[in-house]
Design a protein around this ligand. Structure first.
Ligand code: UD1
Ligand code: UDP
Length: 362
């Protein structure tokens, strides 16, 4: 059996790393195809280096564009490479345009598809990720669902039970594999002159927030209120989409907010697990905060990670400044005694075991 693993963005590189490690130690033949959706060194190469992943076998260098341009180019280029590689199975992860393009190219070539992180739903089609994840789930043959809730979502959409595998989320594997290394290797606290538990961490990059002046402005106003009421530094490693839009909308970064370029995984993990609280619109960061027992305030109106709300590690506040500060005041009082609903850190192993068991049928 030959497998093609298709990735293209920062979170995909991080979350696929535990699977690649298991594939590497198996006898399975696999190739990595990178669409090039992310390409800046601090959104791409740094993760291959830190996570000790070999270079992708193919890089399609698709780069940025509108959804149609980006996805269209990826479908064309992925099809070309899949025709040359001739895999029996394509693996995609999550809900990016890369995952969508990889799955659409594969299904039309009648190649079986495994979807890692299947079954997540926020039921809001204003987020491009929701559209992508629904389509990818419905063209996939093997659905690797991280939680019971994700399994239920898939069953409720008439996806056959025999095709669904409850594996846990590979982000748990990645956090477990890298936290200790981050603690030893990263000097980010010293570099930024921060003290353990005496700063807030922020990430905000989602299109539905950042591409709208009023919403992005609301988040920044919320950070201003936060800086005014706590005399605690606020660190914001800024995603290139957000950086571009700050300039475009002529928004002001409030005093007390320390901007940094996007950080490598080890620095980011170290910043996260030493922070007092994280404010974010990221999917992966909501999960990591829950796993690491850091209170999380989510700057969105919906989440496809409701498990975090249920265990009490996370609160949805949207982008209204008053709601943001209210959410922080509420979460900061919470005792971080919640359980981790995302699995035991063996998702990568389970996924590769399932793939091995499929070998005879594909
Ligand atoms: C994508 C995903 C999103 C995910 C995020 C992870 C989709 C629809 N969205 O959003 O779900 O949360 O990745 O970070 O797939 N840019 C650079 N350098 C890069 C990459 C992007 O400068 O390496 C800039 C470009 O100006 C680009 C913009 O960021 O236009 C947005 O990049 P894009 O990949 O289209 O979407 P993300 O916002 O990164
Ligand atoms: N991350 C990182 N450096 C940063 C910000 C985030 O390494 O400066 C990591 C974070 O730990 C998580 C992943 O990137 O594992 C989340 O990616 P992102 O927020 O870009 O995408 P999403 O999860 O929202 O799709």
């Amino acid at each position: 059996m030959k497998i093609a693993v298709i990735i293209g963005t920062r979170p995909e590189i991080i979350k696929i790393s535990p699977v690649i490690r298991r594939l590497e130690n198996s006898s399975l033949d696999y190739k990595v195809i990178h669409t090039g959706q992310h390409y800046s060194s601090n959104m791409d190469k740094i993760f291959f280096d830190e996570l000790e992943l070999k270079e992708p076998d193919y890089n399609l260098h698709v780069g940025s564009g509108s959804h149609a341009e980006e996805t269209g180019r990826m479908i064309i280029e992925t099809e070309r490479v899949l025709k040359a590689v001739k895999p029996n199975l394509v693996l995609v992860l999550g809900d990016t345009n890369t995952a969508l393009a990889g799955a659409l190219s594969a299904v039309k070539l009648r190649i079986k598809i495994g979807h890692i992180e299947a079954g997540l739903r926020c039921y809001d089609k204003n987020t491009p990720e929701e559209v992508n994840r629904v389509v990818v789930d419905h063209v996939s043959d093997y659905l690797f669902a991280p939680t019971d809730k994700a399994v239920k979502n898939l069953l409720s959409e008439s996806i056959k039970e025999k095709n669904i595998f409850l594996t846990g989320n590979t982000i748990v594997d990645a956090v477990y594999e890298n936290s200790k290394i981050a603690d030893i290797k990263s000097s980010i606290l010293k570099i930024l002159n921060l003290k353990n538990n005496e700063y807030f961490l922020v990430t905000a990059h989602r299109e539905e927030n950042i591409d709208f002046k009023e919403k992005f402005g609301g988040i920044l106003e919320g950070l201003k209120l936060l800086a005014d009421s706590f005399s605690t530094p606020i660190v914001y490693p800024i995603h290139p989409r957000a950086e571009k839009n700050i300039k475009k909308f002529d928004l002001k970064i409030p005093d007390g907010v320390l901007l940094t370029p996007p950080l490598g995984y080890l620095d980011f993990l170290k910043l996260l697990f030493n922070s007092r609280l994280v404010l974010t619109d990221s999917g992966g960061v909501q999960e990591e905060a829950c796993i690491l027992k850091i209170p999380c305030v989510t700057l969105r109106d919906s989440t496809e990670r409701p498990e975090t709300l249920n265990v009490g590690s996370n609160l949805l506040v949207g982008t209204n400044p008053d709601k943001i500060i209210e959410g922080v005041n509420n979460m900061i009082k919470r005792k971080p005694d919640w359980g981790n609903p995302f699995g035991d850190g063996k998702a990568g192993e389970r996924i590769v075991d399932v793939i091995r068991s499929l070998e005879v049928n594909i």
